[in-house]
Design a protein around this ligand. Structure first.
Ligand code: HSE
Length: 427
């Protein structure tokens, strides 16, 4: 049987999973592709580090040139992370004619188009199924199974760390800090969890999903990103009392044929399927004009789930090599798209306030709301501390523009402080 040689760049959690799965599922993969897939060379930063996998027959090196200059290597899997160095290496590898598979969402969200162009020029494949929602095969599903449908909305839980933190806060009454520590101990959070908890990791994934679902390129600056940093346990409890779970959602949708993409904490009704997604799991809900609502659920991170997505890319490249059809884009759908205007994206909102508890305060809040033509749905007051009350309101639908002005207006009031304002998802 002919051999397809693979190089691996980085041997952390995902890299180890790739080596392990390729060995464990060797026979099935060969019978599907008609080729023997062999990891020939692995490039690592630290050659001295002890590895917990069988590396027999694999050449270990810290020199990227061992991949670039080896004519026997057909495919390189980049799982080293970082943006600048990974980009430089991938460019050199594409120019050397290597097909690339990467799990690097930061890189693809930022430089995906540029790298796809370079891959085209060199007749190489560039696939990145593992970059969004780890083990959920969502990108190839959108490319293949939604090719004939018109996608209207893609929303979901695309960051496992924050979903784990929110689950623990909600179910175990943990504080944000305790829940983050637990996520780090279990290894879900990135080594530096800033991108996870500030919503940036989810925003990168939404950039890629938006490109696949709508064919539209958006940049990080085009997205309204709110994280869960410092989210208040009391708001999680209040939301629960109203029949909602707070989830960090990415939402990309067409509004009057313009694109709106946002990431932030959202009150999800307990009866909505995304509400039931717990711990580090992810779920992506794709709504098509023809098919209606579909949901894809599974592990968003972890060694073997993410490695399985990488392997699906390896198999796709191998089939292309066999059929001599390499050099086609992962996603061919592309069109011009304008950003939705702030007054056309509408949601009901949850607002929580710290209010000095004395007469006349509610009147001041009502005046701001009335001036901006916004309407309350519900108001609850409870104790914040000895001198302050917590006032929680839900509103009728209002535009992004209105909520922005309301929050500014309320924040300017004396003795009243905005703690949180979150979108509410309808049933
Ligand atoms: N840190 C990511 C998450 C996993 O928590 O979902 C990799 O994308």
């Amino acid at each position: 049987m002919q051999v397809v040689n693979i190089g691996v760049l980085g041997l952390g959690t995902v890299g180890s999973g790739v080596v392990r799965l390729l060995k464990d599922h060797e026979h099935k993969i060969s019978s599907i592709t008609g080729r023997k897939l062999v990891v020939k060379t692995v490039v690592v930063h630290n050659l001295e580090k002890k590895r917990d996998i069988d590396l027999t027959g694999i050449k270990m090196t810290d020199d990227i040139n061992e991949l670039i200059n080896d004519n026997e290597i057909n495919i390189v899997v980049e799982v080293m992370g970082t943006v600048a160095t990974a980009k430089k290496y991938i460019e050199l590898l594409l120019r050397a004619g290597k097909h690339i598979i990467t799990a690097n969402k930061d890189l693809i969200a930022t430089y995906g188009s540029e790298l796809a162009e370079l891959a085209d020029q060199n007749k190489c494949d560039l696939f990145y199924e593992a970059s969004v929602a780890g083990g959920i095969p969502i990108l190839r599903t959108i490319v293949n199974s939604f090719a004939a449908d018109r996608i209207i909305e893609v929303k979901g839980i695309v960051n496992g760390t924050t979903n784990y933190i929110l689950t623990k806060m909600s179910q175990n009454n943990m504080s944000f800090t305790e829940a983050l520590k637990s996520a780090q101990e279990l290894g879900f959070a990135e080594p530096d969890p800033t991108n996870d908890i500030e919503g940036i990791d989810a925003a990168y994934k939404m950039i890629i999903l938006t490109q696949f679902a709508f064919g539209i390129n958006v940049a990080l600056d085009d997205i309204e990103v709110k994280g869960i940093n410092g989210i208040d346990l009391e708001d999680i409890k209040q939301a629960k009392g109203l029949g909602y779970n707070i989830k960090l959602l990415g939402i990309a949708k067409l509004v009057n044929d313009r694109i709106s993409v946002a990431v932030g904490p959202v009150l999800v009704p307990e009866t909505q399927p995304l509400s039931a997604v717990q711990n580090e799991n992810n779920a992506v809900l794709v709504t098509g004009a023809a098919v209606g609502e579909t949901m894809f659920y599974g592990p968003g991170a972890g060694e073997l789930p993410t490695a399985n997505s990488v392997l699906s890319d390896i198999i796709a490249v191998t089939k292309d090599i066999v059929l001599e059809t390499t050099g086609n884009r992962f996603n061919d759908f592309s069109r011009e798209g304008k950003q939705a205007l702030p007054d056309e994206v509408k949601y009901p909102y949850y607002i929580s306030l710290k209010v000095r508890d004395r007469p006349g305060q509610m009147l001041k809040i009502t005046e701001v709301m009335t001036e901006l033509n916004a309407s309350f749905h519900l108001i609850i007051q409870s104790e914040y501390d000895d001198v302050n009350a917590r006032v929680v309101m839900t509103t009728h639908e209002m535009s992004e523009q209105q909520i922005k002005e309301i929050i500014e207006g309320i924040d300017n009031l004396e003795e009243i402080e905005v703690i949180a304002s979150y979108r509410i998802l309808s049933e």
